[in-house]
Write a protein that binds this ligand. Structure first.
Ligand code: ADP
Length: 490
């Protein structure tokens, strides 16, 4: 039959020539990897080459004479009616992708080309059918499509003009647009206004056949959220190697970016904390050495009858050393969580007066006014609360610019509030929280000595009593530290 059509084209070949061509064609048909089958207009198989035997599992002897429907699955039988109707009209069916059934019941994907066979008079008398096995390609296609579908990354394809041609489930989830909403539209839809230039850059590279790799940028979701994404855009070529578009894989790196940021903040904090700690050791060593220096000078004097003044000066220096060492011990106790309270009944008013009195003696030029409710009975750790008051008043003196200081204590049946107020340098809003953290000091104050641990210890002691401490302050207008504690255990 193929021979017939050739003889039509050739016109007047000799019989010998025809024989030669006939055997050449027979050899081609026999050695073809594609199934080549001929059939009548009723669909009865008239020839069946070796590749058809391999592809469908029937031998030529089994197949020839049978209806071609033998290899058509029951749910696809109507396809044969369609194919035959086209062939009868002398038309051809080209690269028709379908499924056929093997003798063993297995199914194979094939690409079918069916052409009419004409007799010498040009009348269609049958059909030749070439079936190409595309199972492998189909498997790969399915595999690829399941990867694309199940990917958490957005996988998008677009034309060289940036028109979206495919949009996977990952893209739907990431950007909030359904595939039907965006296919056919420009990819610029998800690009924020201030980044539209990036698309020109990407398309430019794609048109040059270049890839854009791990490009970190921001894209906008349907509901207006900005996502940090990492983008890889690759050129897509057709089977002839011609550039036809681009495939784009976008990974949401918002969490990664956030973590990087957090890491950077933590790293910076750690560096600062280490620097503060170094500074802490330097100040602590200095503070410890000062009284020791004074002591060693005092006791170097070869004076057999040491005067009371030397002894008194020594006692002051020893007290300084003791309080510094106590503070260092407190820091380590709070840090290791072993700060224990020794609660006892006490009158806060008396304690406040005592502390203020101490400061008044050592700072006779400072005006410290007191305002306490009568009889504020509490069940607190006396030494620790003394420490809290001492820290607050000592800061008010250090940072109070020699202006008056007010200390007050008042309470109701449940709580007591203690306030230490100065009219000194004040604290900037940004620093209000941070100064209660360990080693934190306000930078510009480096000329005023301090370990940056006082307020932290104060806060820990107040917390251990079940209370809170805060500061109200305005830069340049002074500060008021308020500690609010329950009278008794909470
Ligand atoms: P320091 O030993 O540095 O005084 P603190 O923990 O007691 O440590 O205080 C931390 C920081 O808080 C101080 O370095 C200072 O910057 C700020 N500060 C504390 N009290 C006052 C205050 N009354 N007025 C202004 N700033 C203060």
């Amino acid at each position: 039959m193929a021979l017939h059509s050739v003889s039509q084209d050739q016109g007047s070949e000799s019989t010998a020539g025809l024989d030669g061509i006939s055997s050449l064609l027979a050899a081609i048909v026999d050695s073809s990897h594609d199934a080549i089958i001929s059939k009548t207009l009723d669909g009865i198989i008239t020839s069946w080459n070796p590749a058809a035997e391999r592809m469908f599992g029937y031998t030529a002897a089994e197949a020839v004479g049978q209806s071609i429907r033998l290899i058509i699955p029951s749910d696809r039988q109507t396809e044969e009616d369609y194919v035959l109707s086209k062939v009868r009209k002398g038309e051809r069916v080209d690269h028709f992708e379908t499924i056929r059934q093997r003798k063993d019941g297995g199914r194979i994907h094939i690409s079918l080309t069916v052409s009419p066979i004409r007799n010498a008079q040009g009348v269609v008398v049958g059909a030749s059918k070439i079936a190409h096995d595309i199972s492998e390609r189909k498997t790969l296609e399915l595999l690829l499509s399941s990867i694309v579908t199940s990917s958490d990354d957005a996988i998008i394809s677009k034309t060289l003009d940036g028109i979206i041609t495919s949009w996977n489930t990952g893209a739907e989830k990431m950007f909030g647009y359904a595939s039907a909403e965006v296919v056919g539209k420009s990819i610029r839809l998800i690009i924020p206004a201030d980044r539209q230039g990036e698309e020109d850059f990407v398309l430019d590279r794609i048109r040059r056949g270049e890839k854009v790799d791990h490009f970190e940028t921001i894209r906008q979701t349907k509901d207006g959220r900005m996502l940090n994404i990492s983008l890889t855009v690759s050129p897509v070529r057709d089977c002839y190697g011609i550039l036809v578009g681009a495939s784009k894989i976008a990974r949401d790196i918002t969490v990664k970016k956030w973590m990087e940021n957090e890491l950077e903040v933590t790293r910076r904090r750690l560096t600062e904390a280490l620097a503060s700690r170094d500074q802490f050791f330097a100040v602590a060593a200095h503070e410890l050495r000062n009284p020791l220096n004074v002591l060693s000078i005092l006791w170097q004097i070869p004076d057999p009858s040491r005067s009371g003044r030397v002894i008194e000066k020594s006692r002051v220096q020893l007290d300084r050393l003791k309080s510094l060492i106590d503070r260092l011990l407190d820091i380590s106790r709070v840090r290791s969580g072993t700060l224990e309270l020794d609660r006892q009944k006490l009158d806060l008013g008396i304690l406040v007066r005592e502390v203020a009195g101490r400061f008044a003696t050592t700072n006779p030029d400072r005006q410290i006014s007191l305002q306490c409710d009568p009889r504020i009975e509490v069940n607190w750790d006396r030494l620790r609360i003394d420490e809290v008051l001492t820290n607050l008043v000592s800061n008010a003196i250090k940072y109070g610019l020699n202006k008056p200081i007010e200390v007050s204590a008042s309470g109701n049946t449940d709580h007591v509030e203690v306030m230490v107020k100065d009219h000194g340098i004040g604290i900037a809003a940004d620093d209000l929280k941070r100064i209660f953290e360990p080693f934190e000091r306000v930078e510009e104050l480096s000329q005023v000595k301090g370990l940056g641990m006082g307020l932290w210890i104060t806060k820990q002691v107040v917390k251990a009593h079940g209370g809170t401490i805060w500061v109200e302050s305005e830069l340049g207008h002074g500060s008021a530290f308020v500690a609010r504690l329950p009278r008794d255990r909470v």
